[in-house]
Design a protein around this ligand. Structure first.
Ligand SMILES: *Cc1c(COP(=O)(O)O)cnc(C)c1O
Length: 369
């Protein structure tokens, strides 16, 4: 029996009208739809190497009956040590995406302006819209790099929040020293700059550290980092926000749920931080593979963003939804891009060498047709 829709119940229109988040297809779904078992999951930028064995070992024997530490003390202390930032300026989240939601809830009001970049990370727009903000987007340049003058022009309008992912998800490049300095010089004191560094660990050696650059300013800012990508803990859900000041950290903390980071995620994140050498060697392998895949893609005559991440954003020159089905039929999940002007692009995660070979074979197949 079909249930009635209860259209007379008033819903929050800001939330009920949200666009869907473009999540990567999950593996079970892909197995069912493709009829294949050997799925190469290359849509969500997870780490194909897994995680540090110390992080995995920390999960063994955990008791699920106790609440987790609502303050995430051990994790925040470890982060404070690593980053040289006081504990009370760090907020841990159920993934950095929860921090995006909490920041929006702490700062935005209906009608205020929030801004970000297009193409961009969906939640930078969705969480702002959920709080009733107006969202405006600055385009990337046609050559797939940041449009610094356009970002500056938007910042001069003093949006309440500017979300900027550097390295960019989905495009891949990171701001260089000069670009970052020009942007920071344009941020007004009425604006919260949120620099999302989900792919920080994959950047080039000479790419500036956002945290250091922002720390040298008197602006209001947040730097977001995550354990989901380089550290390989996506399924546990843990990330964090480093804030410019304690007042902002308190507001973000008040806007999250109290026991937001579960006990397993807290101990695994602490163990992962204590074993950075695992992360660094995995990142080094993935960067080598990224270079190999990028040069094979270039050899096919396709253009792609200059990536400092664990993925590539590739213009395949035909509708990405159809391209998605081509890859899925071969057991490969990619992310078809759906933002206007970019619907011939796919984003593909760097996987294991054999997954990457499968992707490249399927891509060669595609462009021959
Ligand atoms: C993956 C990603 C996140 C979310 O990471 P979680 O910590 O898993 O919530 C945030 N921002 C960007 C740009 C990402 O690509």
């Amino acid at each position: 029996m079909t249930k009635p829709l209860h259209t007379e119940l008033p819903l929050n229109p800001h939330v009920a009208g949200l666009p869907p988040y473009n999540a990567g297809m999950n593996i079970a779904d892909a197995q069912q739809k493709s009829g294949r078992q050997d799925i190469a999951a290359l849509a969500s930028n997870e780490n194909p190497d897994g995680c540090s064995p110390h992080a995995a070992a920390a999960l063994v024997g955990l008791s699920p009956s106790r609440y987790s530490d609502p303050a995430c003390m051990a994790l925040r202390a470890a982060l404070s040590q690593k980053l040289g930032v006081d504990t009370d300026r760090i907020v841990a989240g159920n993934g950095s995406e929860e921090m995006i939601a909490a920041i929006c809830r702490a700062v935005l009001r209906p009608g205020t302006l929030a801004a970000t970049v297009c193409p961009g990370f969906g939640l930078h727009e969705i969480e702002a819209l959920a709080n009733g903000a107006r969202v405006e987007k600055v385009g990337m340049r046609p050559d797939l790099d940041f449009d610094i003058p356009a970002i500056i022009a938007m910042l001069e309008r003093a949006p309440a929040i500017f979300f900027l992912s550097s390295p960019s998800n989905p495009v891949g490049p990171a701001l260089d020293r000069k670009g970052l300095a020009r942007i920071l010089a344009a941020v007004r004191h009425e604006t919260l700059l949120v620099l999302d560094e989900a792919y920080f660990e994959f950047t080039d050696e000479d790419t500036p550290h956002g945290l250091a650059a922002l720390s040298a300013t008197d602006l209001s800012w947040v730097v977001l980092r995550t354990f989901s990508k380089a550290y390989g803990l996506a399924g546990l859900r843990v990330g964090y926000a480093v804030t410019s000041d304690v007042r902002l950290a308190r507001a973000v903390s008040a806007a999250k749920t109290p026991f937001n980071v579960n006990a397993a995620a807290q101990v695994a994140a602490v163990a992962a931080l204590a074993d950075e050498s695992w992360m660094r060697s995995s990142v080094a392998r993935l960067k080598r593979e990224r270079a190999r895949v990028a040069s094979a893609v270039a050899d096919m005559g396709l253009s792609a963003g200059r990536s400092q991440t664990n993925f590539l954003f590739i213009d395949v020159g035909r509708e990405s939804r159809i391209v998605f089905d081509h890859f899925l039929s071969q057991g490969i999940i990619v992310k078809p891009w759906k933002e206007e002007g970019y619907d011939t692009f796919i984003r593909v995660t760097i996987g294991t060498p054999s997954e990457n070979d499968r992707f490249l074979d399927a891509l060669r197949d595609l462009i021959r047709t």
